[in-house]
Ligand binder design. Structure first.
Ligand code: ROI
Length: 164
């Protein structure tokens, strides 16, 4: 079993519900258990500013699925929730990204793990710190140190509509 961290993001079609639906489905994946979910954060778009704010969160899953099997499942969930993506760096109904797969480092055609830009994104590092304050990344960096760089972030916590 591996501990996996998954980033969730949405800025279309009722983002809070998109995340809640996705978390419900993640909790039912085969050979997997949903362990923790961060707060939901409302964040300004990275990329074109003429799109709605995002809702972002990070979840921790333990799974026996391989990285590619997990990626297939995440892409299926994105599609089943009617994923629309209007443009590069633009608005989308649901994004599910594998941030970390244990301590594994993976560079393949379909997967780059750790996620290539996670350390630069407040909407990833802040929620990741919520659920894994003692985490050390595969490159040796501590999440507690990375989160200092975002100590004056302006993201707001968004109310979840159901207990998770
Ligand atoms: N911006 C924010 N704030 N949150 C995201 O999840 C997100 N996802 C993306 C891009 C377009 C890079 N911008 C984002 O894919």
């Amino acid at each position: 079993m591996k501990q996996v961290y998954i980033a969730l993001g949405s800025n279309l079609a009722t983002p809070v519900k998109q995340l809640e639906n996705a978390l419900h489905t993640l909790g039912q994946l085969p050979h997997s258990q949903l362990m923790r979910v961060s707060h939901f954060y409302q964040s300004k778009p990275l990329g074109p500013q003429d799109q709605p704010d995002y809702v972002n969160a990070v979840a921790c899953l333990t799974t026996a699925l391989s990285p590619l099997a997990l990626l297939d499942e995440l892409q299926r969930i994105e599609q089943e929730q009617g994923r629309i993506r209007l443009r590069r760096w633009g608005e989308r109904t649901l994004d599910l990204d594998i941030l970390l797969y244990g301590d594994d480092i993976i560079q393949s055609e379909r997967l780059t793990i750790p996620h290539y830009d996670m350390q630069n994104r407040e909407f990833v590092i802040v929620p990741l710190y919520d659920i894994a304050p003692n985490l050390i990344l595969p490159d040796g960096k501590k999440i507690v140190d990375l989160v200092q760089g975002f100590s004056n972030h302006e993201m707001k916590i968004r109310q979840k509509s159901t207990a998770l």
